[in-house]
Design a protein around this ligand. Sequence first.
Ligand SMILES: [Zn+2]
Length: 311
Amino acid sequence: MTDTPEQQQTHSLTRKPPIAVRRQLRKEVGFGCPVVANGQYCGNPYLEWNHFDPPWRVEHHHRPEGMIALCGEHHRKSDAGAFTEDQLREFKRRGAERAGEVKGRFDWMRNELMAVLGGGFYVESLVIVEIRGEPIIWFERDEDSLLMLNVRMLTTSSETRMQIENNFWVARGEPDDFECPPSGRLIHAKYSNGDTLRVEFFEAVSGDELIRRFPTFDRNNVQYLSFPITCVEVQHEVADSPWNFGPTSMTDHQQNVFTGSFFQGGMAAYSFDNRSTMSPPRPQPGIAAIRYMQWLERQAAQRKRADDKRE
Ligand SMILES: [Zn+2]
């Protein structure tokens, strides 16, 4: 039940809770809808915010102890009185322990997509980033030729991290925060060591809109695109390492900074550290990048030891 704009204006509070309250509510339930009905745990990751003690119609408040994160379906059922206050409190209390891996999928299926990564733009490039021959961010086409996103989140920690496989995402490891609004076009995972991954799909209707949103987009490249164009933007920070795919630039392991590139086609837009002399055995998916980072650190430590000895 949503208020009309006129109703909202007369309230001192809008119905959408502040960021800190939303973060607390989704973490409390382990980032999945905590309802157990007929012995079945829901776990839907697309969460809304239900005011139950007291309900919103009785008092406009954002006190987390009287609120719970629920999926859209269970939010409506809760508003209609399906659950008692005691049941909702039990869902709040036991949600996190019942939650397993948080999973979902992007339903954005397109023949053409522009990937936006580290302030650069990629059209018809199937592999956006690969490290030592292992793809890190790439697309595959399904049998209908629709593009599906794949991401292996990098980390220097020994923990597992979020993966996206052909649009299916799994928030592996233990995210400190995981945001996944019901629109289904955005996910944002944050881990306690500082690793983050944010993926957002959207449509741009014109070159002007693209440039407004991305100041690094070169107006001369608008001619190569047809509008409306669907974009997927990936931002990824790798804690304790130089790697950073930020909103306006990308930094690699050698601290090189890239920005504003425009790639069309090609095998791999960015291919890092493909030294044939090393010829490592083909590693397990997702492990290579982690090992790679550990390797880089060992190299740096060895160099430092050698420097120290010389002094
Ligand atoms: Zn639910």
